[in-house]
Design a protein around this ligand. Structure first.
Ligand SMILES: N[C@@H](CCC(=O)N[C@@H](CS)C(=O)NCC(=O)O)C(=O)O
Length: 351
């Protein structure tokens, strides 16, 4: 992969990364799971339509014959493609980068679409009602003005009147929890009685991305101290809490994630490396730090993509086999105590 992809997302103020929105998060999670390098371009709500016309991005729907433009959009300088809509982005990435984990595993296209549709029917209305106020409060002033104007027109009411705190909000919130419980009852446990973490079992797919991205939205705009988030973390026997914990490694924005194991920090894992670790089934049990020859100034980020897939993967396989290994077993390889040359790295989470 020669060039980094360009990912268009809507900025907010509720997190340092600016990301908050569930629809862009769906495509972002797919990119992160696949380990495909990209850079985010932040586009305010009122600028989305003009951006789309400029880069020839297709509208995602029509209202009274008027094209409606939405984010996320992905632009791929390697192929010239401009793709609107998160599910289409997932399909494009599966087809164009076939050596990465599939968001839509073969034969599941109809299932994934049906999951999206049923999630929309069960969840979107109660989610929008309960989250509309926290969302407008989490936007930039320009975004908030646009969001308020367009949503108040659509609902024919002030945002404050859509789901006022108290009985009305509570009823919509019960709808969110009931919808999630129904989904949990479908996923349930495998034949062995063990909890199925992902909709299809052990392997995440677009259906999980839909669930995770909405949980991320609730977490960011609602806040971890909100009643909603606390309820969610306890709902369905802690099942959504465990899903969030398992997914943490994919929830990041233009940043490397940092891997630790019980024996200590092994290294910093960039998106490209994540592909290899996932492919090997090593999860978070190993990390590798790679410098880009000849200048030796780079790291295993965007430009080391080919290196990671073609060279590092066979090397790791040959050296360590397919079973997870611990830090001590890597002692003969030089460790890199300070991979960023003085830039502090937070080993408890993304730097
Ligand atoms: N089905 C689309 C939905 C995209 C969508 O609705 N995006 C919203 C942000 S979450 C948007 O861009 N809205 C533009 C507007 O309200 O003008 C997808 O998954 O990409």
């Amino acid at each position: 992969m020669a060039k980094s992809l360009i990912f268009y997302d809507i900025p907010g103020l509720a997190s340092p990364s600016k990301a908050w929105s569930s629809n862009p998060f769906k495509a972002r999670l797919v990119l992160n799971m696949k380990g495909i390098p990209y850079e985010t371009v932040w586009v305010e709500y009122p600028d989305i339509a003009s951006l789309c016309k400029k880069i020839n991005a297709e509208p995602t729907s029509f209202e009274n014959d008027v094209p409606q433009y939405t984010l996320p959009i992905l632009q791929d300088p390697n192929t010239g493609a401009v793709v609107s809509e998160s599910f289409k982005i997932a399909r494009y990435l599966d087809e164009t980068y076939p050596s990465t984990i599939k968001a839509i595993p073969d034969g599941t296209e109809a299932f994934q679409e049906m999951f999206l549709a049923i999630f929309g029917e069960k969840m979107i209305s109660p989610l929008i009602h309960t989250m509309i106020l926290p969302t407008v409060r989490a936007l930039t002033p320009r975004g908030a003005e646009y969001f308020r104007r367009t949503r108040e027109k659509a609902f024919g009411r002030k945002l404050e009147e859509i789901a006022p705190e108290g009985a009305v909000w509570d009823e919509h919130w019960r709808g969110v929890l009931a919808g999630l419980s129904a989904i949990q009852s479908w996923i349930g446990a495998g034949k062995d009685g063990k909890e199925r973490m992902f909709v299809m079992g052990d392997v995440p797919s677009f259906a999980d991305v839909v669930l995770i991205s909405h949980l991320v939205w609730l977490k960011i705009v609602g806040g971890v101290d909100s009643k909603a988030w606390k309820d969610l973390m306890e709902a369905d026997g802690g099942r959504w809490k465990r899903l969030m914990e398992r997914s943490e490694k994919w929830i990041w924005v233009d940043k490397p994630d940092v891997v630790t194991n019980p024996e200590g920090v092994i290294g910093t894992v960039y998106p490209a490396a994540r592909v290899v670790f996932d492919w090997l089934g090593l999860d978070n049990n190993i990390g590798i730090y790679v410098r880009n020859p000849p200048e030796n100034t780079g790291h295993c980020g965007v430009s080391a993509w080919h290196v990671m897939l073609q060279d590092i993967q066979p090397f790791v396989l040959e050296e360590f086999g397919l079973t997870p290994h611990q830090h001590g077993e890597l002692h003969r390889y030089v460790t890199v105590p300070d991979p960023y040359g003085g830039v502090p790295v937070d080993h408890d989470g993304p730097a």
